[in-house]
Each structure stands twice: as C-alpha cells, then as structure tokens.
Design a protein around this ligand. Structure first.
Ligand code: NIG
Ligand code: FE
Length: 379
C-alpha cells in the first residue's frame, strides 16, 4: 500500500502518553497504520501527501452506543414532545411494530445508510444494538444486519416487555440469547420503570455474561434507580445514560471502573436534564460520549453534535469531550482504539478547524474535511 503523509497540521491529537497533543505536526500512514508522527519540519518522505493546511487531525470517533437497526420513524411522537408531552419508554413499541413489518433488506438498506452517515461525520468505530425486534426471529434479523456493519454488536432483547410479556425473561435468557450468541459480542438491558426492574436485568445480563458477552446497562435514564449499582455489581463494561445519579452511584462507578457512557443528544431530544458529566469526571470516573442514535430520543449519528452538547450543556472542556468521544468510547467497548499512537490503525478525522473547540464554537457546521479508516480515505 502507498504511504501517505498528512502535513501542515496545526493541531494533532494522538493521545500519546508522552505528548498527547502536538502543534505544527505531520503524521505518516503506512500499510493502514500510523507509522510516525512528529514535528512538521522532520516529516519523512512518502508516496502521497495530504495537505491539512492548518486544520487539525484527531482520532476517529468511537460511538459506543447506537440503535441503528429499526423500521419506521417517530416524527409524530417528536412533534408531540416539542408541544410538551414528556418522553416515555413505551414509544419503543411503535418502532418494534415497524421493525417487525420491515423486510430484512429494508432494515439493511436503512441501517447501512445511517452507518455511512456516521462514517462521513468521523465515526470510524461503531457499536450497534438490537432491541426493536423482541422475538427470536426479529432480534436475530436485527443482530445479523448489525453484524454486517460492525464487529461490535450488542443484544438488547430486554429493551421493553412486548405486549404479551408473560414468560418474556425466560424467552430472552433462553432461545433468544441462544440465537444471539455467535452474532453478538455484548448484551444490554434497559433498567427503568416501564422497561425491566433490577432483578430482571440481573437475570438477563448474568445469563449473557455466562455466555461470554460483554455487559452494558441502560441505567438511570429517566429517573434515579438501581441500574448503575447493578452495572457495578456485575462488573459491566459500561453504564449508559447516567442522567439521574446519586453520590453513591458516582462512587460505585469510580470504584468499579465501569465506564459512564453519556448520551447528551438523547437528553436534547427528550428535553430532559443532562447527565452530570463534570461531576463524574471530577470524581475520577471514565466517561464516554456516544450518540445513542435511535428513532425515539436521538435520531442523530453526529459525534460532532454530541461533543458540542457536552461542552455547552455538560461543562466538559473541548479536549475532555474529544477524549470521551474517542478513548472513552473504546474503554466502553473494551477495545484498543480511539488514539493515533504509532502502530494504531490510521482511523482519523481531518478537520477544517484549528482545534476541536470548533465543534462547540461552530455548532451545526460540517467541519470534517476527510476521514480515513484503516489508512483508506473514505471521505
Ligand atoms: O437509549 N432507553 C432506551 N432506549 C433508547 C430509546 C429508544 C426509543 O425510544 O426508541 C435510548 O434512549
Ligand atoms: Fe440507548
């Protein structure tokens, strides 16, 4: 493969241990990985050159929480919310009906479009959950579509109880889990009033963990509850949402090392309070930022938008938000990604901006000039 030198970089973010951020830099890509980075004046020769022209280069985003596979949309519900009707978990069933009615090809076409949209906005690593099928067959269809788009697939059979919910936990922990194992890498459950209680989630997540799946929990989204404590108890990789936290929840996250995946675009969409990101970071909790892309609360694939919200609404400094959107996401998935250290895959974003502050300073403006994944220019 031809080597590529990115030069005239005003700000290069590698998250290198020694020098995480470098000014006036260059970066060399060889065989799909970062082969060298350093001062622009010392840049080695390469076959091809990409002139960053005073912009910045950052690691590709790691979006660790999405629900990309679904049928239909919920415009009417969103309009009602804009008119003051609060968000409730029950709306999920509207999407379940539309997902079941959609052909697998239709689900595939739509999910692929969203995954491409995410990639074009700089997301080079993506997690996708099921959760809008809720039968063995429909969950499996959704998981298989997700697996065509990413290696990070999460089984969310415990999203909401379906209309006939008798015996549903047995179904999720039995035949549905059996079908999911082999396709999914993780398991998740929505621990919330109107969804599943702590004991039900413990049963579902424990069954998944016993089959080798990574554990994630939709926790403390709509009100305080036991989701975060359950994530800590189970040694989950992540507790997601974390909108309503007590001091004991924050302490549990810190002590357990569970990553808090924050999804401010869902809070924007639901018109709710924002998760206490500043409090979590100050307490020493590992924080990730994700889109939560789904048709109910957060119909966006844009990590730049999420970073802007985290800076403006959650008191994160721009570099903290960028770290949460890259390294934080990787921690939530338990993978080595989200950085540009020598030897890492060249998954990166070239920005028409002198620093990541511009995500918040120029909100809603497309600042992405190029995206590389595995060293290939994909945009
Ligand atoms: O993460 N909380 C549960 N699931 C989604 C919402 C799903 C929906 O409303 O369709 C979320 O916000
Ligand atoms: Fe979610």
């Amino acid at each position: 493969m031809r080597s590529l030198l990115l030069d005239r970089i005003e700000m290069l973010v590698t998250w290198d241990d020694g020098l995480p951020v470098r000014r006036d830099a260059a970066l060399l890509v060889e065989d799909g990985v970062v082969a060298w980075s350093g001062p622009a004046a010392e840049a080695p020769a390469a076959d091809d050159r990409l002139d960053v022209a005073g912009g910045c280069v950052v690691p590709g985003f790691v979006d660790s929480h999405t629900h990309l596979v679904f049928g239909g949309d919920r415009t009417a519900e969103y309009e009602a919310r804009l008119a003051g009707k609060p968000y409730a978990a029950g709306g999920i069933r509207t999407t379940v009906a539309a997902t079941r009615a959609a052909s697998t090809n239709e689900l595939r076409r739509r999910a692929r479009r969203l995954a491409m949209e995410a990639l074009r906005s700089g997301t080079t690593t993506l997690e996708i959950k099921s959760g809008y099928g809720l039968t063995v067959e429909d969950e499996l269809r959704c998981l298989q579509v997700a697996a065509e788009l990413t290696p990070h697939v999460t089984f969310l059979g415990a999203h909401v109880p379906p209309d006939v919910a008798v015996g549903y936990i047995e179904l999720v922990t039995g035949p549905m889990l059996e079908a999911a194992v082999g396709v999914a890498t993780g398991i998740d459950a929505f621990c919330e009033e109107g969804a599943f209680d702590v004991d039900e989630c413990r049963e579902v997540l424990g069954a998944g963990a016993a089959r080798g799946l990574d554990v994630h929990v939709h926790a403390n989204q709509l009100q305080p509850g036991g989701g975060v404590q359950l994530a800590a108890e189970l040694g989950a990789l992540s507790a997601d949402h974390c909108t309503h936290l007590t001091d004991a929840d924050v302490a549990a996250l810190r002590e357990s090392g569970v990553v808090a995946v924050l999804v401010p675009a869902a809070e924007f969409g639901a018109g709710s309070a924002y998760a206490p990101a500043r409090r979590l970071l100050d307490a020493g909790v590992t924080v990730a930022l994700a889109t939560d892309c789904n048709p109910g609360t957060s119909f966006t694939t844009s990590m730049p938008f999420v970073i802007a919200l985290a800076c403006r609404q959650q008191e994160l400094r721009p570099m903290e938000a960028l770290r949460a959107a890259t390294l934080g996401g990787a921690a939530a998935l338990g993978i080595d990604a989200g950085h540009l250290r020598v030897g890492a895959p060249a998954d990166l974003v070239v920005l028409d901006a002198p620093s990541p502050t511009w995500f918040a300073y120029r909100p809603g403006v497309d600042l992405v000039r190029a995206v590389l994944r595995g060293g290939q220019v994909v945009r």
